[in-house]
Design a protein around this ligand. Structure first.
Ligand code: ATP
Length: 597
Protein backbone atom coordinates (compact mmCIF):
# COMPACT_ATOMS: atom_id res chain seq x y z
CA UNK A 1 0.00 0.00 0.00
CA UNK A 2 1.56 3.30 -0.94
CA UNK A 3 0.07 5.85 1.35
CA UNK A 4 2.59 8.40 0.25
CA UNK A 5 1.14 8.48 -3.21
CA UNK A 6 -2.42 8.75 -2.05
CA UNK A 7 -2.90 12.24 -0.77
CA UNK A 8 0.16 14.23 -1.59
CA UNK A 9 -0.43 17.53 -3.38
CA UNK A 10 2.09 18.34 -6.10
CA UNK A 11 3.91 21.61 -5.47
CA UNK A 12 2.71 23.28 -8.63
CA UNK A 13 -0.85 22.90 -7.41
CA UNK A 14 -0.08 24.35 -4.01
CA UNK A 15 -1.00 27.93 -3.24
CA UNK A 16 1.99 30.22 -3.54
CA UNK A 17 3.68 30.38 -0.19
CA UNK A 18 5.73 33.30 0.97
CA UNK A 19 8.05 33.62 3.93
CA UNK A 20 5.39 34.63 6.41
CA UNK A 21 7.08 35.20 9.69
CA UNK A 22 10.50 36.65 8.94
CA UNK A 23 10.89 38.36 12.33
CA UNK A 24 9.90 35.44 14.57
CA UNK A 25 11.85 33.00 12.36
CA UNK A 26 15.04 35.05 12.67
CA UNK A 27 14.48 35.26 16.42
CA UNK A 28 14.17 31.49 16.64
CA UNK A 29 17.32 31.01 14.61
CA UNK A 30 19.03 33.50 16.84
CA UNK A 31 18.04 31.46 19.87
CA UNK A 32 19.84 28.50 18.32
CA UNK A 33 22.97 30.62 17.80
CA UNK A 34 22.70 31.95 21.30
CA UNK A 35 23.13 28.47 22.73
CA UNK A 36 26.86 29.04 22.16
CA UNK A 37 27.11 32.37 23.97
CA UNK A 38 30.88 32.40 24.54
CA UNK A 39 31.66 31.79 20.87
CA UNK A 40 29.10 34.38 19.81
CA UNK A 41 30.66 36.95 22.13
CA UNK A 42 34.10 36.25 20.63
CA UNK A 43 32.63 36.73 17.16
CA UNK A 44 31.20 40.12 18.23
CA UNK A 45 34.52 41.28 19.64
CA UNK A 46 36.61 40.16 16.67
CA UNK A 47 34.17 41.53 14.11
CA UNK A 48 34.10 44.93 15.79
CA UNK A 49 37.91 44.95 15.98
CA UNK A 50 38.24 44.02 12.31
CA UNK A 51 35.74 46.72 11.26
CA UNK A 52 37.48 49.36 13.35
CA UNK A 53 40.89 48.61 11.86
CA UNK A 54 39.37 48.89 8.38
CA UNK A 55 37.91 52.27 9.37
CA UNK A 56 41.30 53.63 10.38
CA UNK A 57 42.77 53.14 6.88
CA UNK A 58 41.23 56.11 4.98
CA UNK A 59 41.85 58.47 7.90
CA UNK A 60 45.55 57.60 7.85
CA UNK A 61 45.70 58.07 4.07
CA UNK A 62 44.33 61.62 4.46
CA UNK A 63 46.78 62.38 7.25
CA UNK A 64 49.62 60.98 5.11
CA UNK A 65 48.75 63.29 2.19
CA UNK A 66 48.25 66.46 4.20
CA UNK A 67 50.97 65.99 6.85
CA UNK A 68 53.72 64.05 5.10
CA UNK A 69 53.39 64.03 1.30
CA UNK A 70 52.52 67.69 0.68
CA UNK A 71 55.13 68.96 3.24
CA UNK A 72 57.66 66.37 1.79
CA UNK A 73 58.47 64.74 5.20
CA UNK A 74 60.17 61.50 4.06
CA UNK A 75 60.97 60.06 7.53
CA UNK A 76 57.47 60.73 8.75
CA UNK A 77 56.08 59.15 5.55
CA UNK A 78 58.05 55.92 6.16
CA UNK A 79 56.91 55.79 9.78
CA UNK A 80 53.23 56.28 8.96
CA UNK A 81 53.46 53.69 6.18
CA UNK A 82 54.86 51.14 8.67
CA UNK A 83 52.07 51.95 11.11
CA UNK A 84 49.49 51.42 8.35
CA UNK A 85 51.08 48.11 7.43
CA UNK A 86 50.96 46.91 11.07
CA UNK A 87 47.30 47.94 11.37
CA UNK A 88 46.34 46.09 8.18
CA UNK A 89 48.20 42.96 9.30
CA UNK A 90 46.44 43.09 12.66
CA UNK A 91 43.11 43.53 10.82
CA UNK A 92 43.78 40.46 8.65
CA UNK A 93 44.59 38.23 11.64
CA UNK A 94 41.50 39.42 13.50
CA UNK A 95 39.30 38.79 10.45
CA UNK A 96 40.69 35.28 10.05
CA UNK A 97 40.04 34.40 13.71
CA UNK A 98 36.52 35.80 13.48
CA UNK A 99 35.78 33.75 10.34
CA UNK A 100 37.15 30.62 12.00
CA UNK A 101 34.97 30.96 15.10
CA UNK A 102 31.93 31.87 13.03
CA UNK A 103 32.29 28.76 10.88
CA UNK A 104 32.35 26.52 13.94
CA UNK A 105 29.44 28.45 15.42
CA UNK A 106 27.23 28.11 12.34
CA UNK A 107 28.12 24.45 11.84
CA UNK A 108 27.22 23.67 15.45
CA UNK A 109 24.00 25.60 15.11
CA UNK A 110 22.85 23.59 12.11
CA UNK A 111 23.90 20.42 13.90
CA UNK A 112 21.45 21.30 16.69
CA UNK A 113 18.81 22.24 14.18
CA UNK A 114 19.22 18.99 12.24
CA UNK A 115 19.17 16.86 15.39
CA UNK A 116 15.99 18.58 16.54
CA UNK A 117 14.35 18.10 13.15
CA UNK A 118 15.22 14.41 12.99
CA UNK A 119 13.99 13.75 16.51
CA UNK A 120 10.79 15.58 15.58
CA UNK A 121 10.39 13.32 12.53
CA UNK A 122 10.59 10.37 14.90
CA UNK A 123 7.77 11.72 17.03
CA UNK A 124 5.28 12.66 14.33
CA UNK A 125 2.23 10.50 13.73
CA UNK A 126 1.99 8.12 10.75
CA UNK A 127 -0.69 10.36 9.19
CA UNK A 128 1.99 13.06 8.82
CA UNK A 129 4.10 10.75 6.64
CA UNK A 130 1.07 9.72 4.56
CA UNK A 131 0.85 13.22 3.17
CA UNK A 132 4.50 13.86 2.35
CA UNK A 133 7.12 12.24 0.19
CA UNK A 134 10.33 10.93 1.71
CA UNK A 135 12.37 13.07 -0.68
CA UNK A 136 10.57 16.21 0.36
CA UNK A 137 11.18 15.49 4.03
CA UNK A 138 14.82 14.73 3.26
CA UNK A 139 15.06 18.02 1.46
CA UNK A 140 14.06 19.87 4.61
CA UNK A 141 16.72 18.09 6.63
CA UNK A 142 19.43 18.68 4.03
CA UNK A 143 18.93 21.54 1.53
CA UNK A 144 16.91 23.80 3.77
CA UNK A 145 19.21 23.39 6.71
CA UNK A 146 22.28 23.78 4.47
CA UNK A 147 20.84 27.06 3.30
CA UNK A 148 20.50 28.25 6.87
CA UNK A 149 24.06 27.14 7.57
CA UNK A 150 25.70 29.01 4.72
CA UNK A 151 23.74 32.17 5.46
CA UNK A 152 24.56 32.11 9.14
CA UNK A 153 28.19 31.66 8.29
CA UNK A 154 28.28 34.76 6.12
CA UNK A 155 25.55 36.99 7.39
CA UNK A 156 26.13 37.28 11.11
CA UNK A 157 29.63 38.74 10.78
CA UNK A 158 28.80 40.71 7.65
CA UNK A 159 25.79 42.30 9.31
CA UNK A 160 27.75 43.29 12.38
CA UNK A 161 30.61 44.51 10.24
CA UNK A 162 28.22 46.55 8.11
CA UNK A 163 26.63 48.18 11.13
CA UNK A 164 29.97 49.10 12.72
CA UNK A 165 31.33 50.38 9.40
CA UNK A 166 28.17 52.36 8.67
CA UNK A 167 28.12 54.09 12.04
CA UNK A 168 31.91 54.45 12.22
CA UNK A 169 32.29 56.00 8.77
CA UNK A 170 29.32 58.31 9.37
CA UNK A 171 30.85 59.60 12.61
CA UNK A 172 34.25 60.14 10.97
CA UNK A 173 32.64 61.85 7.97
CA UNK A 174 30.80 64.25 10.28
CA UNK A 175 34.05 65.01 12.09
CA UNK A 176 35.88 65.56 8.76
CA UNK A 177 33.35 67.75 6.98
CA UNK A 178 29.68 68.38 7.72
CA UNK A 179 28.60 69.83 4.31
CA UNK A 180 30.20 66.88 2.46
CA UNK A 181 28.45 64.47 4.87
CA UNK A 182 25.11 65.95 3.91
CA UNK A 183 25.94 65.39 0.23
CA UNK A 184 26.82 61.73 1.01
CA UNK A 185 23.53 61.20 2.81
CA UNK A 186 21.50 62.12 -0.27
CA UNK A 187 22.05 58.56 -1.60
CA UNK A 188 20.37 56.86 1.36
CA UNK A 189 16.68 57.30 0.46
CA UNK A 190 17.49 56.19 -3.10
CA UNK A 191 19.26 53.07 -1.79
CA UNK A 192 16.31 52.22 0.44
CA UNK A 193 13.79 52.42 -2.40
CA UNK A 194 15.91 50.12 -4.59
CA UNK A 195 16.50 47.61 -1.79
CA UNK A 196 12.90 47.36 -0.67
CA UNK A 197 11.52 46.81 -4.13
CA UNK A 198 13.99 44.14 -5.10
CA UNK A 199 13.81 42.32 -1.76
CA UNK A 200 10.04 42.03 -1.96
CA UNK A 201 10.35 39.63 -4.90
CA UNK A 202 13.47 37.71 -3.94
CA UNK A 203 11.91 36.55 -0.68
CA UNK A 204 8.98 34.99 -2.51
CA UNK A 205 11.07 33.32 -5.19
CA UNK A 206 13.51 31.82 -2.70
CA UNK A 207 10.73 30.10 -0.81
CA UNK A 208 9.20 28.77 -4.01
CA UNK A 209 12.62 27.54 -5.06
CA UNK A 210 13.01 25.51 -1.86
CA UNK A 211 9.57 24.00 -2.34
CA UNK A 212 10.27 22.94 -5.91
CA UNK A 213 13.56 21.46 -4.78
CA UNK A 214 11.67 19.40 -2.18
CA UNK A 215 9.26 18.26 -4.87
CA UNK A 216 12.14 17.27 -7.13
CA UNK A 217 13.78 15.27 -4.35
CA UNK A 218 10.48 13.53 -3.68
CA UNK A 219 10.18 12.57 -7.31
CA UNK A 220 13.75 11.27 -7.55
CA UNK A 221 13.31 9.19 -4.40
CA UNK A 222 10.04 7.75 -5.70
CA UNK A 223 11.35 6.77 -9.12
CA UNK A 224 14.61 5.34 -7.82
CA UNK A 225 12.92 3.20 -5.18
CA UNK A 226 10.34 2.11 -7.75
CA UNK A 227 12.89 1.57 -10.52
CA UNK A 228 11.85 -2.04 -11.17
CA UNK A 229 8.24 -1.04 -11.77
CA UNK A 230 9.32 1.88 -13.93
CA UNK A 231 11.46 -0.41 -16.08
CA UNK A 232 8.95 -3.23 -16.25
CA UNK A 233 6.22 -0.94 -17.49
CA UNK A 234 8.67 0.91 -19.70
CA UNK A 235 7.85 4.24 -18.09
CA UNK A 236 11.42 5.58 -18.28
CA UNK A 237 10.42 8.10 -20.95
CA UNK A 238 7.39 9.31 -19.02
CA UNK A 239 9.29 9.59 -15.76
CA UNK A 240 12.06 11.48 -17.53
CA UNK A 241 9.47 13.86 -18.90
CA UNK A 242 7.93 14.31 -15.46
CA UNK A 243 11.38 14.96 -14.05
CA UNK A 244 12.07 17.47 -16.78
CA UNK A 245 8.85 19.30 -16.00
CA UNK A 246 9.61 19.61 -12.30
CA UNK A 247 13.24 20.53 -13.03
CA UNK A 248 12.11 23.20 -15.42
CA UNK A 249 9.80 24.69 -12.85
CA UNK A 250 12.69 24.71 -10.40
CA UNK A 251 14.92 26.19 -13.06
CA UNK A 252 12.47 28.99 -13.83
CA UNK A 253 11.89 30.00 -10.27
CA UNK A 254 15.64 29.62 -9.61
CA UNK A 255 16.44 32.01 -12.43
CA UNK A 256 13.86 34.49 -11.15
CA UNK A 257 15.26 34.27 -7.60
CA UNK A 258 18.86 34.68 -8.76
CA UNK A 259 18.03 37.43 -11.25
CA UNK A 260 16.20 39.39 -8.64
CA UNK A 261 18.90 39.03 -6.03
CA UNK A 262 21.58 39.64 -8.67
CA UNK A 263 20.00 42.98 -9.58
CA UNK A 264 20.67 44.33 -6.13
CA UNK A 265 24.45 44.70 -6.62
CA UNK A 266 24.43 46.62 -9.93
CA UNK A 267 21.61 48.93 -8.84
CA UNK A 268 23.34 49.75 -5.60
CA UNK A 269 26.59 50.35 -7.51
CA UNK A 270 24.87 52.96 -9.64
CA UNK A 271 23.55 54.69 -6.52
CA UNK A 272 27.01 54.59 -4.88
CA UNK A 273 28.82 55.85 -7.95
CA UNK A 274 26.42 58.75 -8.33
CA UNK A 275 27.06 59.68 -4.73
CA UNK A 276 30.85 59.30 -5.25
CA UNK A 277 30.87 61.64 -8.24
CA UNK A 278 28.77 64.21 -6.41
CA UNK A 279 31.09 64.19 -3.37
CA UNK A 280 34.18 64.48 -5.63
CA UNK A 281 32.66 67.49 -7.41
CA UNK A 282 31.55 69.27 -4.22
CA UNK A 283 34.81 68.33 -2.42
CA UNK A 284 36.95 69.68 -5.30
CA UNK A 285 34.99 72.90 -5.28
CA UNK A 286 35.53 73.25 -1.47
CA UNK A 287 39.30 72.76 -1.98
CA UNK A 288 39.30 75.46 -4.70
CA UNK A 289 37.53 77.76 -2.24
CA UNK A 290 40.22 76.97 0.37
CA UNK A 291 37.61 75.62 2.77
CA UNK A 292 39.18 72.17 3.11
CA UNK A 293 42.36 70.23 2.31
CA UNK A 294 43.03 67.69 -0.45
CA UNK A 295 43.82 64.93 2.08
CA UNK A 296 40.48 65.47 3.82
CA UNK A 297 38.60 65.12 0.52
CA UNK A 298 40.57 61.95 -0.35
CA UNK A 299 39.77 60.48 3.10
CA UNK A 300 36.19 61.56 2.72
CA UNK A 301 35.82 59.90 -0.65
CA UNK A 302 37.12 56.66 0.86
CA UNK A 303 34.71 56.91 3.77
CA UNK A 304 31.81 57.64 1.48
CA UNK A 305 32.71 54.40 -0.35
CA UNK A 306 32.92 52.58 2.98
CA UNK A 307 29.62 54.15 3.95
CA UNK A 308 27.94 53.00 0.74
CA UNK A 309 29.37 49.48 0.91
CA UNK A 310 27.49 48.35 4.02
CA UNK A 311 24.25 49.64 2.53
CA UNK A 312 24.63 47.45 -0.56
CA UNK A 313 25.97 44.62 1.59
CA UNK A 314 23.03 44.89 3.92
CA UNK A 315 20.80 44.72 0.88
CA UNK A 316 22.63 41.62 -0.37
CA UNK A 317 22.51 40.10 3.06
CA UNK A 318 18.83 40.74 3.08
CA UNK A 319 18.53 38.49 0.04
CA UNK A 320 20.60 35.76 1.57
CA UNK A 321 18.72 36.03 4.82
CA UNK A 322 15.44 35.76 2.96
CA UNK A 323 16.55 32.51 1.41
CA UNK A 324 17.67 31.18 4.79
CA UNK A 325 14.45 32.36 6.42
CA UNK A 326 12.49 30.54 3.74
CA UNK A 327 14.46 27.36 4.53
CA UNK A 328 14.22 27.85 8.28
CA UNK A 329 10.47 28.39 8.05
CA UNK A 330 10.10 25.04 6.31
CA UNK A 331 12.12 23.42 9.09
CA UNK A 332 10.26 25.19 11.91
CA UNK A 333 6.94 24.38 10.25
CA UNK A 334 7.70 20.73 10.94
CA UNK A 335 9.05 21.44 14.40
CA UNK A 336 5.81 23.15 15.35
CA UNK A 337 3.65 20.22 14.37
CA UNK A 338 1.87 18.31 17.05
CA UNK A 339 3.75 15.19 18.01
CA UNK A 340 2.02 11.90 18.59
CA UNK A 341 2.36 12.05 22.33
CA UNK A 342 1.60 15.74 22.82
CA UNK A 343 -1.21 16.56 25.19
CA UNK A 344 -1.73 12.91 26.10
CA UNK A 345 -1.41 11.60 29.58
CA UNK A 346 -1.71 7.88 29.03
CA UNK A 347 -1.23 5.46 31.88
CA UNK A 348 1.17 2.55 31.84
CA UNK A 349 -0.31 -0.91 31.53
CA UNK A 350 1.32 -4.04 32.89
CA UNK A 351 0.53 -7.73 33.38
CA UNK A 352 -1.99 -7.88 30.64
CA UNK A 353 -4.06 -10.89 29.72
CA UNK A 354 -4.57 -9.81 26.11
CA UNK A 355 -8.35 -9.47 25.80
CA UNK A 356 -9.05 -7.12 22.89
CA UNK A 357 -12.46 -5.64 22.20
CA UNK A 358 -13.70 -3.41 19.38
CA UNK A 359 -16.91 -1.73 20.45
CA UNK A 360 -18.88 -0.09 17.63
CA UNK A 361 -15.73 1.37 16.10
CA UNK A 362 -15.86 3.78 13.16
CA UNK A 363 -12.88 5.34 11.47
CA UNK A 364 -11.78 7.55 8.58
CA UNK A 365 -8.46 8.78 7.23
CA UNK A 366 -10.17 11.82 5.75
CA UNK A 367 -13.49 13.14 7.05
CA UNK A 368 -15.09 12.81 3.63
CA UNK A 369 -14.71 9.02 3.45
CA UNK A 370 -15.67 6.63 6.24
CA UNK A 371 -13.37 3.59 6.04
CA UNK A 372 -14.66 1.45 8.91
CA UNK A 373 -18.25 1.46 10.15
CA UNK A 374 -19.56 0.14 13.47
CA UNK A 375 -17.06 -2.68 13.91
CA UNK A 376 -17.59 -4.80 17.03
CA UNK A 377 -15.84 -8.01 18.02
CA UNK A 378 -13.98 -9.58 20.94
CA UNK A 379 -10.71 -11.49 21.04
CA UNK A 380 -10.20 -13.42 24.24
CA UNK A 381 -6.68 -13.77 25.68
CA UNK A 382 -4.51 -16.04 23.53
CA UNK A 383 -7.05 -16.32 20.73
CA UNK A 384 -6.31 -16.17 17.04
CA UNK A 385 -8.47 -13.72 15.10
CA UNK A 386 -8.34 -13.76 11.32
CA UNK A 387 -9.31 -10.80 9.16
CA UNK A 388 -10.49 -11.68 5.67
CA UNK A 389 -12.26 -9.92 2.86
CA UNK A 390 -11.68 -8.33 -0.50
CA UNK A 391 -8.88 -5.90 -1.11
CA UNK A 392 -9.54 -2.42 0.30
CA UNK A 393 -12.12 -3.81 2.72
CA UNK A 394 -10.31 -2.27 5.70
CA UNK A 395 -8.33 -5.19 7.19
CA UNK A 396 -5.09 -3.24 7.52
CA UNK A 397 -7.00 -0.27 8.86
CA UNK A 398 -8.40 -2.41 11.70
CA UNK A 399 -4.92 -3.37 12.89
CA UNK A 400 -3.62 0.17 12.37
CA UNK A 401 -6.16 1.26 14.97
CA UNK A 402 -4.97 -1.30 17.47
CA UNK A 403 -1.44 0.14 17.47
CA UNK A 404 -2.90 3.66 17.46
CA UNK A 405 -1.06 4.56 14.26
CA UNK A 406 -4.40 6.28 13.71
CA UNK A 407 -7.13 7.09 16.19
CA UNK A 408 -10.71 5.99 15.91
CA UNK A 409 -13.50 8.45 15.20
CA UNK A 410 -16.24 6.74 17.15
CA UNK A 411 -16.70 3.82 19.54
CA UNK A 412 -13.95 2.30 21.69
CA UNK A 413 -11.14 -0.23 21.53
CA UNK A 414 -10.15 -1.85 24.81
CA UNK A 415 -7.37 -4.11 25.99
CA UNK A 416 -8.31 -5.96 29.19
CA UNK A 417 -11.23 -3.54 29.45
CA UNK A 418 -9.00 -0.45 29.42
CA UNK A 419 -9.66 2.01 26.59
CA UNK A 420 -6.45 2.16 24.52
CA UNK A 421 -6.69 5.96 24.43
CA UNK A 422 -6.04 5.91 28.18
CA UNK A 423 -2.89 3.84 27.78
CA UNK A 424 0.48 5.45 27.28
CA UNK A 425 1.30 4.98 23.57
CA UNK A 426 4.80 3.65 24.22
CA UNK A 427 3.39 1.09 26.64
CA UNK A 428 0.66 0.15 24.22
CA UNK A 429 3.11 -0.44 21.38
CA UNK A 430 5.41 -2.39 23.64
CA UNK A 431 2.58 -4.89 24.00
CA UNK A 432 2.38 -5.41 20.26
CA UNK A 433 4.45 -7.24 17.73
CA UNK A 434 3.97 -6.85 14.01
CA UNK A 435 5.10 -8.96 11.10
CA UNK A 436 4.11 -7.26 7.92
CA UNK A 437 4.18 -8.37 4.30
CA UNK A 438 6.53 -5.54 3.56
CA UNK A 439 9.29 -6.96 5.81
CA UNK A 440 11.38 -3.95 6.66
CA UNK A 441 15.01 -4.41 7.55
CA UNK A 442 17.58 -1.72 8.23
CA UNK A 443 21.12 -1.42 6.93
CA UNK A 444 23.29 -3.16 9.54
CA UNK A 445 24.11 -6.75 10.44
CA UNK A 446 21.55 -9.53 10.68
CA UNK A 447 22.19 -9.64 14.41
CA UNK A 448 21.46 -5.92 14.78
CA UNK A 449 18.32 -6.30 12.76
CA UNK A 450 16.95 -9.02 15.03
CA UNK A 451 18.08 -7.08 18.11
CA UNK A 452 15.75 -4.25 17.03
CA UNK A 453 13.04 -6.25 18.85
CA UNK A 454 14.84 -6.08 22.19
CA UNK A 455 17.83 -3.81 22.45
CA UNK A 456 19.39 -5.51 25.48
CA UNK A 457 19.10 -9.05 24.08
CA UNK A 458 22.17 -11.29 24.36
CA UNK A 459 23.65 -13.04 21.32
CA UNK A 460 22.23 -16.34 22.61
CA UNK A 461 18.73 -14.88 22.84
CA UNK A 462 19.06 -13.57 19.29
CA UNK A 463 20.16 -16.93 17.94
CA UNK A 464 17.45 -18.71 19.88
CA UNK A 465 14.83 -16.40 18.35
CA UNK A 466 16.28 -17.08 14.91
CA UNK A 467 16.07 -20.85 15.49
CA UNK A 468 12.42 -20.55 16.54
CA UNK A 469 11.75 -18.40 13.50
CA UNK A 470 13.27 -20.98 11.16
CA UNK A 471 15.78 -18.33 10.12
CA UNK A 472 18.85 -19.88 11.72
CA UNK A 473 19.55 -22.30 8.84
CA UNK A 474 19.75 -19.67 6.13
CA UNK A 475 21.64 -17.22 8.36
CA UNK A 476 24.32 -19.83 9.16
CA UNK A 477 24.77 -20.49 5.47
CA UNK A 478 25.71 -16.86 4.82
CA UNK A 479 29.49 -16.21 4.69
CA UNK A 480 29.50 -14.01 7.79
CA UNK A 481 26.52 -15.66 9.49
CA UNK A 482 24.85 -13.36 11.99
CA UNK A 483 27.39 -10.65 11.22
CA UNK A 484 26.43 -10.42 7.56
CA UNK A 485 25.84 -6.80 6.65
CA UNK A 486 22.49 -6.12 5.03
CA UNK A 487 22.58 -3.52 2.32
CA UNK A 488 19.93 -0.82 2.26
CA UNK A 489 16.54 -2.33 2.95
CA UNK A 490 18.07 -5.80 2.89
CA UNK A 491 18.28 -6.06 -0.87
CA UNK A 492 20.86 -8.85 -0.50
CA UNK A 493 18.20 -11.10 1.09
CA UNK A 494 15.20 -12.72 -0.51
CA UNK A 495 11.72 -11.58 0.46
CA UNK A 496 11.07 -14.79 2.39
CA UNK A 497 14.36 -14.48 4.27
CA UNK A 498 13.54 -10.91 5.24
CA UNK A 499 10.18 -12.08 6.49
CA UNK A 500 11.81 -14.79 8.62
CA UNK A 501 14.11 -12.13 10.09
CA UNK A 502 11.16 -9.96 11.04
CA UNK A 503 9.52 -12.99 12.66
CA UNK A 504 12.70 -13.61 14.67
CA UNK A 505 12.63 -9.95 15.68
CA UNK A 506 9.03 -10.31 16.88
CA UNK A 507 9.80 -13.54 18.77
CA UNK A 508 12.64 -11.74 20.54
CA UNK A 509 10.39 -8.79 21.44
CA UNK A 510 8.01 -11.29 23.07
CA UNK A 511 4.84 -9.19 22.64
CA UNK A 512 1.48 -9.94 24.28
CA UNK A 513 -0.51 -9.14 21.17
CA UNK A 514 0.53 -10.03 17.65
CA UNK A 515 -0.38 -8.61 14.28
CA UNK A 516 0.55 -10.70 11.28
CA UNK A 517 0.08 -9.77 7.69
CA UNK A 518 0.40 -13.03 5.83
CA UNK A 519 2.93 -13.34 3.06
CA UNK A 520 1.19 -13.64 -0.27
CA UNK A 521 2.51 -15.21 -3.42
CA UNK A 522 5.96 -13.66 -3.32
CA UNK A 523 7.62 -16.68 -1.67
CA UNK A 524 8.02 -20.29 -2.78
CA UNK A 525 5.96 -23.01 -1.08
CA UNK A 526 8.90 -24.33 0.95
CA UNK A 527 9.72 -20.89 2.34
CA UNK A 528 6.05 -20.28 2.90
CA UNK A 529 5.90 -23.47 4.94
CA UNK A 530 8.83 -22.22 7.00
CA UNK A 531 7.12 -18.88 7.49
CA UNK A 532 3.84 -20.52 8.48
CA UNK A 533 5.60 -22.75 11.01
CA UNK A 534 7.50 -19.76 12.42
CA UNK A 535 4.30 -17.75 12.69
CA UNK A 536 2.65 -20.63 14.52
CA UNK A 537 5.48 -20.64 17.08
CA UNK A 538 5.16 -16.90 17.39
CA UNK A 539 1.41 -16.99 17.96
CA UNK A 540 1.50 -19.53 20.78
CA UNK A 541 -0.02 -18.08 23.93
CA UNK A 542 -0.59 -14.62 22.45
CA UNK A 543 -3.68 -12.87 21.20
CA UNK A 544 -3.07 -12.74 17.47
CA UNK A 545 -4.60 -10.88 14.57
CA UNK A 546 -3.87 -12.39 11.20
CA UNK A 547 -4.63 -10.62 7.96
CA UNK A 548 -5.22 -13.65 5.81
CA UNK A 549 -5.08 -13.88 2.06
CA UNK A 550 -5.27 -17.68 1.81
CA UNK A 551 -8.06 -19.21 3.81
CA UNK A 552 -6.18 -22.53 4.20
CA UNK A 553 -4.00 -20.99 6.93
CA UNK A 554 -6.75 -19.62 9.15
CA UNK A 555 -9.20 -22.48 9.40
CA UNK A 556 -8.08 -23.06 12.97
CA UNK A 557 -8.72 -19.40 13.95
CA UNK A 558 -10.93 -18.88 16.99
CA UNK A 559 -12.78 -16.10 15.19
CA UNK A 560 -12.82 -15.13 11.54
CA UNK A 561 -13.91 -11.58 10.72
CA UNK A 562 -15.19 -11.06 7.20
CA UNK A 563 -14.95 -7.41 6.16
CA UNK A 564 -16.45 -5.80 3.11
CA UNK A 565 -16.33 -2.09 2.31
CA UNK A 566 -15.50 -1.20 5.88
CA UNK A 567 -18.29 -3.25 7.45
CA UNK A 568 -18.01 -6.42 9.45
CA UNK A 569 -20.34 -8.59 7.42
CA UNK A 570 -19.81 -11.93 9.17
CA UNK A 571 -17.94 -13.37 12.12
CA UNK A 572 -17.52 -16.87 13.55
CA UNK A 573 -15.38 -19.96 13.31
CA UNK A 574 -14.53 -21.56 9.97
CA UNK A 575 -17.23 -24.21 10.42
CA UNK A 576 -19.85 -21.69 11.51
CA UNK A 577 -19.18 -19.43 8.55
CA UNK A 578 -19.23 -22.31 6.08
CA UNK A 579 -22.55 -23.42 7.50
CA UNK A 580 -23.92 -19.87 7.17
CA UNK A 581 -23.23 -20.06 3.42
CA UNK A 582 -22.54 -16.31 3.28
CA UNK A 583 -19.70 -14.33 1.64
CA UNK A 584 -17.02 -16.31 3.54
CA UNK A 585 -18.42 -19.56 2.16
CA UNK A 586 -18.31 -18.11 -1.35
CA UNK A 587 -14.73 -16.90 -0.93
CA UNK A 588 -13.76 -20.33 0.42
CA UNK A 589 -15.44 -22.09 -2.45
CA UNK A 590 -13.73 -19.90 -5.03
CA UNK A 591 -10.27 -20.51 -3.48
CA UNK A 592 -10.95 -24.21 -3.00
CA UNK A 593 -12.08 -24.62 -6.60
CA UNK A 594 -8.99 -22.83 -7.82
CA UNK A 595 -6.81 -25.27 -5.87
CA UNK A 596 -8.75 -28.33 -7.14
CA UNK A 597 -8.70 -27.21 -10.78
N1 ATP B 1 -3.19 6.17 4.84
C1 ATP B 1 -4.34 6.19 4.19
N2 ATP B 1 -4.91 7.36 3.85
C2 ATP B 1 -6.08 7.39 3.20
N3 ATP B 1 -6.78 6.30 2.84
C3 ATP B 1 -6.28 5.10 3.14
C4 ATP B 1 -5.03 4.98 3.83
N4 ATP B 1 -4.77 3.66 3.99
C5 ATP B 1 -5.82 2.99 3.44
N5 ATP B 1 -6.71 3.85 2.94
C6 ATP B 1 -7.99 3.48 2.30
O1 ATP B 1 -8.73 2.75 3.24
C7 ATP B 1 -9.42 1.67 2.61
C8 ATP B 1 -9.09 0.38 3.33
O2 ATP B 1 -7.73 0.11 3.15
P1 ATP B 1 -6.98 -1.09 3.90
O3 ATP B 1 -5.55 -0.99 3.56
O4 ATP B 1 -7.38 -1.08 5.32
O5 ATP B 1 -7.66 -2.34 3.18
P2 ATP B 1 -7.23 -3.87 3.21
O6 ATP B 1 -8.47 -4.64 3.44
O7 ATP B 1 -6.13 -4.08 4.20
O8 ATP B 1 -6.73 -4.07 1.75
P3 ATP B 1 -5.60 -5.08 1.19
O9 ATP B 1 -6.11 -6.48 1.37
O10 ATP B 1 -5.54 -4.70 -0.24
O11 ATP B 1 -4.34 -4.78 1.93
C9 ATP B 1 -9.02 1.70 1.17
O12 ATP B 1 -10.04 2.30 0.45
C10 ATP B 1 -7.79 2.57 1.13
O13 ATP B 1 -7.74 3.31 -0.06
Amino acid sequence: MSNQMRSRVPVHQMPKVRAKHTGPTIKRLWNYLNKQRAALLMVYIFTVLSSLTALLGPYLVGVTIDNYIIPRDYMGLIQICLIMLAIHLFGSVVTWVQAYIMTALSQNTVLHLRKDLFSKYQKLPISFFDKRSTGELMSRATNDIENVSSTLNQSVTQLLNSIVTLIGSLVIMIILDIPLTLVALISIPLALVVTRNIAKYTKRYFKEQQQHLGDLNGMIEETISGQKVVKLYRQEEKETLRFREISERLNQVGIKAQMMSGMMGPFMNVVNNLSFALIAAVGGWLVFQGQTQVGVVVSFLSYSRQFGRPISELANQYNLIQSAVAGAERVFEIMDMKTEHEGEHGKPITNIQGAVRFDDVSFHYHPDKLILQNISFTAHPGEKVALVGPTGAGKTSVVNLLTRFYDIVDGAITIDDVDIRQIDKDHLRRLMGMVLQDAHVFSGTIRENIRFGKLDATDEEIEQAAVLANADTFIKRLPQGYDTMLSTEGSNLSHGQRQLLTIARAILADPDILILDEATSSVDTRTEMHIQEAMKVLMQGRTSFVIAHRLSTIQDADTILYLEQGRLVEQGTHEELLAAKGPYYELYQSQFQRVVS
